[in-house]
Ligand binder design. Structure first.
Ligand SMILES: Nc1ncnc2c1ncn2[C@@H]1O[C@H](COP(=O)(O)OP(=O)(O)OP(=O)(O)O)[C@@H](O)[C@H]1O
Length: 284
């Protein structure tokens, strides 16, 4: 379990990015972390692995305090940044140097993931393309078998077959003992993969809800005319009519559209707060 309690963080003391952020992430769950550019998604992930420290408040990751960066903590967590860095080493050289830091590393799985992501053993890693480097790091990270996996824009730079493969791999490595947090703008890449959505904006938490709760509380549909604009959280003209997101007062069954959800939440945070206020899913 990851607990973020009353955390404030800023790159400068004068300007806090997060103020009193409180959020709990359950084990056995894949989270999609969404937010506009500059909302603080990468910053939050870096606080979770202890690369940045909160100015105030506490972070607890499976009973470890990330800021202490104890080896026993670091072997249980893997962070893939948006821009990956690979040294001038071969796959074997990289594996021999870094795998010993992760006691649960599995060589067989590593080879399998490299194959599935179509990463070939072709000399030094730093001569590979950006997408190939990223896929190499994804394969390595998954083979480390850490309890917590933090992925910052993992599908950026991946070609279409690799994105599909990535989704399959994440689904296959997920188990009850793991927590996976994926920060992304490419929400379509996450559809059918994530269990819960976290949306941050202006340093605060706008939503932390499961897809089940979202489809219970909100309704996503296409209409020819909007009958009650006051109920509409987001509307978009499409070729088929007007796609709307509104409160699900009639118990309608609809599929969550993550892009529209994001727009609805960031454009109408107060309405969202009110709609989700009577569930445990609500943002504290
Ligand atoms: N090293 C840094 N020093 C100072 N400010 C920073 C630093 N890194 C990020 N910031 C600022 O902190 C804010 C949040 O940045 P962050 O990278 O966490 O956002 P993000 O949500 O991941 O954005 P994006 O979607 O564009 O990747 C931004 O305003 C950014 O300019």
């Amino acid at each position: 379990m990851i607990e973020i309690q009353d955390v404030s963080f800023g790159y400068s003391r004068k300007k806090m990015l997060y103020k009193n952020l409180t959020l709990t992430l359950e084990t056995g769950t894949i989270y999609g972390l969404l937010g506009k550019n500059g909302a603080g998604k990468s910053t939050l992930l870096k606080n979770l692995i202890g690369l940045l420290f909160p100015a105030k408040g506490k972070i607890n990751v499976n009973s470890f305090e990330p800021r202490r960066r104890q080896p026993s903590f670091l072997q249980t967590i893997y962070f893939i940044p948006e821009e990956v860095y690979v040294p001038s080493l071969t796959i074997k050289g990289y594996r021999n140097l870094f795998a010993p830091f992760y006691p649960s590393f599995e060589d067989e799985k590593f080879s399998q993931y490299l194959k599935e992501l179509d990463v070939k053993d072709e000399g030094k890693l730093n001569t590979l393309s950006f997408g190939q480097q990223k896929k190499f790091i994804i394969a390595f990270a998954l083979a480390c078998n850490t309890k917590v996996l933090l992925l910052d824009e993992p599908t950026n730079g991946l070609d279409i077959p690799s994105k599909i493969q990535f989704r399959k791999l994440i689904a296959s490595v997920m188990n009850e003992g793991r927590t996976i947090v994926i920060s992304t703008h490419q929400v379509r890449d996450l559809e059918n993969l994530i269990d819960r959505i976290i949306i941050v904006d202006n340093g605060s938490l706008l939503l932390n809800a499961s897809l089940g709760d979202i489809s219970e509380k909100l309704c996503f549909k296409t209409v020819s005319e909007v009958d009650d604009p006051t109920r509409v959280l987001y509307a978009e003209d499409t070729l088929k009519g007007i796609s709307v997101v509104q409160e699900n007062t009639e118990g309608e069954d609809s599929k969550v559209n993550l892009e529209q959800l994001f727009n609805a939440v960031t454009e109408n945070p107060e309405m969202i707060k009110a709609i989700f206020s009577n569930t445990e899913t609500l943002v504290k």
